[in-house]
Write a protein that binds this ligand. Structure first.
Ligand code: FAS
Ligand code: PHB
Length: 383
């Protein structure tokens, strides 16, 4: 089989890249290790930056988002006895939208189906070949048939554990693992808050997010090697009530439908291009989810790369030649912001560290300049 762009990985980055290239008349083929059902069901990000919402709308993917997405003016920052709203719309004129990654993936999959763009799911043994010359990708398809796809370009959208990054010789890698993880909880209960609550607490960080007016999403800071079996539903609700509680406020509880432990790391690998191989999304970088950047950064990479590949097909290589350097400027900005939010809100170190964190929180909610810095980074810098 031959195509212009073969995309390894059909998560949000791969699916969106395929869609954007298709809008510009560029053919692509997606090759995904898992089943479509598995990819679609993975519970991950929940917040879309203003720029991400605009891009999805402009790409014809905004119909359900405009009906089911919940626009939020800002977030609540909290520590014991104190809860402060940081209003992004007032501060910088931009907001964020709550719309789960599962919904974005569902919309992207429906668009791919409708456009009839080819995708191989349940592909085994995906291997990249000759990425600096005439690239190809080989694999065994779901019927057990060996396949080879020849392409002008290969794009690795295969996440942190995919094979594409390994095809870049001598990458420079930066990594920071954190001394804690998140216990993620999904519950069939109406949110007890209008907008997200990020709570610093002596017992550990907690967050109240949501997915719809009837489904809430929570996170609890736990040990990096936490055994999820140690967290009964009762223990989860008790910890969330304690860490999120402020005088006069009650956390509503309900049936927990999913719980999982999510490791926390910062990771950046450069370059994001090697010959005719490009990386986008988690294949090149990972941020701790405290800043709600992971999915949005993947979208930003893909928006940049789609424009660059389209220009290259039309004979102008300036954007593809600048892709890695341009993408990495935003990657490092988002890596810093995610590290900053994570370091400010999670209990680690000693009491001196705790006082520094509380001082930073106090500064952020009382200084317009400090609040604007958070707002600009959280709502997202212009794409
Ligand atoms: P993805 O990892 O989503 O997609 C990569 C795709 O490549 C997958 O479908 C995978 O199956 C496929 N693949 C891997 N190896 C392959 C191979 N050998 N051959 C073919 N295909 C292969 N971000 C937030 O902002 N908030 C959150 O709360 C949050 N929670 C997260 C929880 C978890 C458990 C994880 C892992 C990430 C979370 N993230 C969160 C970050 C997440 O949203 C990512 O940023 C986002 O999924 C990035 O999208 P992709 O780059 O497409 O990578
Ligand atoms: C989520 O709703 O899953 C979510 C929201 C904000 C974050 C991380 C995750 O920073």
């Amino acid at each position: 089989m031959r195509t212009q762009v073969v995309i390894v990985g059909a998560g949000p980055a791969g699916l969106l890249l395929s869609h954007l290239l298709g809008l510009d008349g560029i053919d692509s083929v997606l090759v995904e290790r898992q089943t479509a059902e598995y990819v679609q069901a993975r519970i991950r990000a929940g917040i879309l930056e203003a720029g991400t919402v605009e891009l999805l709308r402009d790409a014809g993917l905004g119909a359900r988002l405009d009906v089911e997405g919940m626009e939020h003016r800002g977030i609540h920052l909290q520590w014991p006895e104190h809860r402060h709203h940081v209003d992004f719309a007032d501060l910088i004129g931009r907001s964020v939208t709550v719309y789960g990654q599962t919904e974005v993936t569902k919309d992207l999959m429906a668009a791919r189906e409708k456009a009839g763009r080819p995708a191989y799911y349940s592909a085994d043994g995906v291997t990249l070949h000759d990425v600096t010359g005439k690239p190809s990708v080989t694999f065994v398809d779901s019927d057990g048939k060996a396949r080879r796809i020849d392409a002008d370009v290969v794009v690795g959208c295969d996440g942190f554990h995919g094979p594409s990054r390994a095809s870049i010789p001598d990458p420079q890698v930066w990594e920071r693992t954190y001394p804690f993880a998140w216990l993620g909880v999904l519950a069939d209960v109406a949110p007890s808050t209008d907008e997200l609550i990020y709570a610093w607490h002596p017992d550990g960080f907690a967050m109240h997010s949501m997915r719809s007016p009837r489904v809430s999403r929570f996170y609890l800071q736990v040990a990096p090697d936490e055994d999820i079996a140690a967290w009964s539903d009762d223990r989860i609700w008790a910890a969330l009530s304690e860490r999120l509680g402020v005088p006069g406020w009650t956390l509503e509880t309900g049936p927990i439908t999913e719980k999982s432990v999510l490791p926390m790391r910062s990771f950046v690998a450069t370059p994001m291009r090697h010959g005719n191989l490009y990386l986008a999304g988690d294949a090149a970088h990972i941020v701790p989810p405290t800043g709600a950047k992971g999915l949005n950064l993947a979208v930003a990479d893909v928006a940049l790369l789609a424009r660059a590949l389209t220009a290259a097909v039309r004979g102008d290589d300036r954007l593809v030649d600048a892709y890695s350097e341009t993408a990495l400027r935003r990657v490092w900005r988002c890596t810093h912001f995610s590290w900053w939010m994570t370091s400010m809100l999670h209990r680690h170190g000693d009491d001196f560290d705790a006082r520094l964190q509380l001082a930073q929180l106090q500064r952020t909610v009382t200084s317009e300049a400090a609040a604007k810095e958070l707002a600009e980074n959280y709502a997202g810098l212009p794409l």
